[in-house]
Design a protein around this ligand. Structure first.
Ligand code: DX5
Ligand code: ZN
Length: 216
């Protein structure tokens, strides 16, 4: 049974509390919060103050996906802002293991994120030190991008060596969710496929149904 994580990047931030309540009522398992710094990726989203606002109204667990150049420096602030999991891109830090254990020592789950062009074979030791893995099926930076089919090979590669949750992030929709699940992804992260749909119950249901179909 897959889990669904709503990526709030495509939500209407003028009414974020209602948006969160709607997707929670639609049965999402968690919220995925994309933090971008304008350095690691060419987009800027939100910092700890806004994340605090999100976690204060959420009733499901919140993950911060840090697309920033210095995740270790800011991880404590995001934990204080109320997230229960933090992922980051290991290429950005000289000491990925130190960052993973720092995040765990803060009392939250730690995960590494795999880009479509990451050398997954060289990430094995990071996975062993992670509580979850995020496999990107778009290049990080923006919601609404097209799913990169070849990145499914990264999902399969991670699934061969990693037992924990494998979140798949980017272009996940009812059209792609079946292949994501068949490849071994068990957490569907979706922004557009949830928040750009007027009927959120139908949107979340369509993702689960597509994942259950095992490939399409
Ligand atoms: C991309 C983000 C994703 C993104 C997903 O950098 O990490 O979480 O918001 O958006 P969709 O589901 O629209 O591809
Ligand atoms: Zn993300």
């Amino acid at each position: 049974m897959v889990k669904v994580s709503a990526s709030i990047l495509s939500a209407d931030f003028a009414r974020i509390a209602e948006e969160i309540a709607e997707v929670e009522a639609a049965g999402v398992d968690s919220l995925h919060i994309d933090v971008m710094d304008g350095h690691y990726v060419p987009n800027i989203t939100m910092g700890p103050a806004v994340v605090r606002g999100i976690t204060s109204v959420a009733t499901v667990p919140c993950e911060a996906h840090l697309m920033i150049t210095d995740p270790g420096k800011y991880a404590p602030e995001f934990v204080r802002a109320g997230v229960s999991a933090i992922s980051f891109h290991p290429e950005v830090t000289r000491d990925p293991f130190g960052t993973l254990s720092q995040i765990r020592d803060l009392g939250v789950a730690a995960g590494v994120a795999v880009n479509p062009d990451s050398d997954v074979a060289s990430f094995g030791e990071f996975f062993a030190a992670s509580d979850f893995v995020v496999v990107m099926t778009v290049f990080p930076g923006f919601s609404g991008q097209a799913f990169i089919e070849s990145a499914l090979e990264n999902v399969r590669a991670v699934a061969r060596v990693f037992d924990g949750d494998i979140a798949v992030d980017g272009g996940v929709s009812p059209r792609t969710a079946g292949r994501v699940a068949a490849a071994g992804g068990n957490v569907l992260v979706a922004a557009s496929a949830i928040f750009k749909q007027t009927d959120r119950v139908a949107a979340v249901g369509a993702l689960r149904t597509a994942a259950g179909s095992g490939g399409n």
